[in-house]
Design a protein. Structure first.
Ligand SMILES: Nc1ncnc2c1ncn2[C@@H]1O[C@H](COP(=O)(O)OP(=O)(O)OP(=O)(O)O)[C@@H](O)[C@H]1O
Length: 299
């Protein structure tokens, strides 16, 4: 800037009063004081919907107003920030104060679940770049899910999740087991193609899902795990290996790591995708791995 005073970059405090048990707003007040004591200039973004929040954030990123983003919420809230970073092709460091129900991303990166400890970690300033994914323009910070399990998750509302916790997914699964059909899908990129009947397909950016380590050693890329048909004996086998962190040793699964893939239903069938716990687009979808894309504050 010439002639005038150089505009000082600000810290965006982005929070979601719907996340977890609804404490994010209260946490935000305390975090604002802590950040201001350290000399940060705080701005907030007040929006009503996810779509509005993405557009608002994108605008701030384009104007290069932000020194950092402090995000208070779970994976769904962090996904809004990451999606705006993807749209704006921007690199602004992101600090996470976990206030969700599961907080998978925070557990993976050992970000303290206690807000004061999380803000101290951000203030220490240690950063690293982490891998995320992208599906038709939406970021994937932790996971993408489609198939019967994803559809039954669509039946679970945030209100029920806050009241009953994760048990609502188990209840919904029991209600639907046997009712839903698998979908015949084509997975392809420039070097591979696979046609499979899929009951459920999970893609993750790390070896964590639902706050637990479910995979051991993995190679570069998004980690894909598919259940091709669902019977109760398969479910038990799958559960055993998932709980012991060895999901890929289960004989009932197809799994691989991939950097880019297009997924299309073979017939005209509506298959919706869930990303980081929120309802996402329908297939077909182009899914890409974005290595070292997002800068976060870590221990
Ligand atoms: N600024 C916002 N405006 C509207 N909706 C938002 C906003 N921020 C987040 N949301 C939505 O609120 C819902 C809950 O958020 P979030 O996923 O962070 O919490 P959670 O579900 O309790 O946590 P977790 O994903 O870790 O289980 C999500 O559907 C998310 O998209």
């Amino acid at each position: 800037m010439t002639g005038g005073k150089k505009m000082e970059k600000k810290t965006l405090l982005f929070f979601n009063s719907n996340a977890g048990d609804g404490q994010a707003q209260q946490i935000a007040v305390e975090m604002q004081q802590k950040l201001e004591q350290k000399g940060a200039q705080i701005i907030e973004l007040n929006t009503k919907t996810r779509a509005e929040a993405i557009v608002g954030l994108q605008e701030m990123l384009r104007q290069k107003q932000l020194a950092k983003i402090v995000c208070i919420g779970g994976d769904g809230t962090l996904n809004i920030v990451a999606t705006a970073l993807v749209h704006a092709h921007a690199q602004v460091p992101v600090g996470l104060i976990p206030a969700g129900t599961v907080n998978n991303f925070a557990q993976k990166w050992q970000i303290p679940l206690e807000p004061r400890a999380a803000i101290d970690l951000i203030l220490r300033g240690n950063q690293r770049r982490v891998d995320i994914g992208e599906c038709n323009g939406t970021a994937i910070v932790s996971s993408l899910l489609f198939g019967s399990l994803a559809e039954l998750s669509n039946d679970v509302q945030q209100r029920q999740k806050q009241k009953f916790g994760l048990a609502v997914y188990g209840w919904s699964a029991l209600k639907h087991l046997g009712k839903r059909q698998s979908a015949e899908l084509l997975f392809f990129n420039q070097t591979f193609s696979l046609r499979a009947k899929v009951w459920v397909c999970l893609m993750t950016t790390s070896n964590y899902v639902g706050g637990y380590q479910y995979l051991g050693k993995t190679s570069a890329g998004l980690h894909v795990t598919m259940l091709n048909n669902m019977k109760i004996n398969k479910l038990l086998n799958y559960g055993f290996f998932a709980l012991t962190g060895n999901l890929r040793r289960s004989s009932t699964l197809t799994s691989f790591d991939i950097k880019e893939v297009i997924i299309k239903p073979v017939a005209k069938q509506a298959v919706s995708v869930r990303i980081d716990g929120d309802e996402g687009p329908q297939l077909p979808a182009k899914i890409s791995w974005l290595p070292h894309f997002m800068t976060i504050y870590v221990k």
